[in-house]
Ligand binder design. Structure first.
Ligand SMILES: Nc1ncnc2c1ncn2[C@@H]1O[C@H](COP(=O)(O)OP(=O)(O)OP(=O)(O)O)[C@@H](O)[C@H]1O
Ligand SMILES: [Mg+2]
Length: 293
């Protein structure tokens, strides 16, 4: 078996405060394989975002961290300086719930993409522009030079999230961490972005750590699902097993609390019916492929 693209091993994290050390993560272990979406679900405050941020070295100040985060033989917890910068852009891409976190409102989309590419890959302007256009094409935001010369606010929410994904993937990282990437989007647009992520995993062999509190979204996109509670992984398994035969009582509770229970779940099969590069999304045309959940 080949090594996973990302291996989180026994990761524990506490935050030092006036009252001592507050434990946040407790012995978290997760593998994210190439061409695989590893989901990470759990209630608010369980530690999902901190897990993702720690991978790219952006854990909260005053954190005390133990364990290992392996990528291609490097322990990311041990590297610093320019090697850590490379992790944060060219080896691991990250997208957040709010594309406003990843996109600068006052910079044209083209400048944001080319600056990112030039900084990380040290290529010239021409090659950076080519890569920028290709990255936008890949996420279904075409339009070439016209798109590159527009500002983020000139795009719909779904398109902005696609642009954030384009930036995250512009330097061909092996791993993408997606933290609630579709939570702020309406259901149809959300389905298009999930289908896009799925198609990138399948076509590029990308390894994705997909964080969400929404088990419906999780069932649509993940191959494996880990359930986190109070900073611990209580269950991790194949998507179907976790959803149909959850091993842990807490997972059963989470599933039972879903609106509409099993009937409300969106499935991989639903996703497959949607054009991954859904044109017209957010422009009012809708995609019309999916009936309401
Ligand atoms: N910068 C910080 N300083 C101190 N504590 C923090 C900081 N960021 C998060 N925490 C604490 O760490 C715990 C885990 O937070 P985290 O953001 O990882 O939760 P989450 O599972 O992503 O929740 P949500 O679903 O609401 O996004 C919470 O108890 C939170 O209060
Ligand atoms: Mg979070």
């Amino acid at each position: 078996m080949t090594a996973p693209a990302l291996r989180i091993e026994s990761l524990s994290l506490g935050i030092r405060g006036e009252d001592g050390l507050t434990p946040i993560l407790d012995q978290v272990s997760l593998d994210v394989g190439r061409g695989e979406v590893q989901g990470l679900a759990g209630e608010s405050g369980s530690g999902k975002t901190i897990t993702g941020l720690t991978v790219i070295g952006l854990e909260p100040a005053k954190s005390e961290v133990t364990g290992h985060i392996w990528m291609d033989g490097d322990d990311l917890l041990k590297i610093t300086g320019s090697a850590l910068n490379a992790v944060r852009g060219s080896r691991v891409g990250m997208v957040f719930q709010d594309p406003g976190t990843s996109l600068h409102p006052q910079l044209k989309v083209g400048a944001q993409l080319t600056d990112h590419v030039r900084y990380h890959l040290k290529v010239g302007k021409g090659e950076a522009l080519d890569r920028a256009a290709a990255a936008l094409d890949r996420v279904g935001v075409g339009g070439g030079r016209d798109t590159l010369s527009r500002y983020p606010h000139e795009f719909s929410g779904g398109q902005r999230q696609r642009i954030a994904i384009a930036i995250a993937l512009a330097c061909d990282p092996a791993v993408l961490i997606a933290d609630e990437p579709t939570t702020a989007l309406d259901v149809t647009v959300q389905a298009g972005v999930l289908a896009l992520i799925r198609s990138l995993v399948d076509s590029l062999g990308l390894a994705v750590l997909f964080i969400t509190h929404d088990l419906g979204v999780m069932s649509a996109v993940a191959d494996r699902v880990a359930i986190m509670r109070h900073g611990r992984i209580v269950e991790n398994g194949d998507r179907r097993q976790v959803f149909t035969a959850p091993a842990h009582a807490y997972t059963r509770e989470l599933l039972a609390s879903l609106p509409g229970a099993a009937g409300g779940l969106r499935s991989r099969e639903d996703l497959a019916r949607i054009d991954p590069f859904g044109a017209g999304e957010g422009s009012g045309e809708g995609q019309g492929e999916r009936s309401a959940p």
